[in-house]
Design a protein around this ligand. Structure first.
Ligand SMILES: [Zn+2]
Length: 198
């Protein structure tokens, strides 16, 4: 018989993305058996994250301050905005370090199944920036999924009138990828987006 506190812990862990009850039980046991090295640092990090990390009012990123450190960075190109679905996508760009503009995090993509409509997406501050004519280019970096592409179409329709350059990431053969492993849609997208070599 599991005590109710332990059960509550397992239920809380099982609510995390990608974890079921069995993994949650394993994690809970690990934490409880390794209090000093696992449980205590985790509790401390969670409390700090809960108390100090806020949403950026400008872009939807999370940071210790709002506006976030990217939005406040004077060295970044404030005329370029890279539109991403989630903060993890922003992190992926930041890991590479080649992009020096700003971001805008939508917080998801349109999805009838998940009940995410246009009002659920973080769009207002993007429209505000476009209205103030601060932006030259919006780079669409949404997922190459049906939801991502539908979301792109709807947002392009909304922002076209602001007279900004609208671009999107190329789709096609991944670096290191073999052509015969590609699915038909990827191969088709790569073929359509072919570039002149000479
Ligand atoms: Zn920001």
């Amino acid at each position: 018989m599991i005590g109710s506190e332990i059960d509550n812990l397992i239920i809380a862990i099982a609510k995390l993305p990608g974890l079921g009850r069995r993994s949650a039980q394993r994690i809970a046991l690990h934490l409880l058996k390794n209090k000093e090295f696992s449980l205590h640092p985790l509790v401390k990090s969670l409390q700090e994250a809960d108390g100090k990390i806020v949403d950026c009012v400008d872009c939807g990123n999370i940071d210790m301050t709002s506006p976030c450190s990217i939005c406040r960075d004077h060295k970044r190109d404030k005329k370029s905005i890279c539109l991403v679905q989630d903060i993890s996508d922003l992190w992926a760009f930041e890991r590479t370090g080649f992009y020096k503009g700003l971001y805008h995090v939508l917080g998801g993509a349109l999805s009838a199944i998940d009940g995410i409509g246009i009002d659920e997406l973080n769009l207002n501050s993007l429209i505000n920036k476009l209205e103030k004519k601060q932006i030259k280019e919006v780079i669409f970096a949404l997922g190459a999924t049906i939801e991502g592409q539908t979301t792109s179409h709807v947002i392009v329709d909304k922002i076209q009138k602001y007279n900004v350059e609208i671009t999107r990431l190329a789709q096609g053969v991944p670096i290191g990828g073999e052509v015969h492993y590609l699915d038909e849609n990827t191969l088709n997208a790569a073929f359509q987006a072919r570039k002149k070599i000479t």
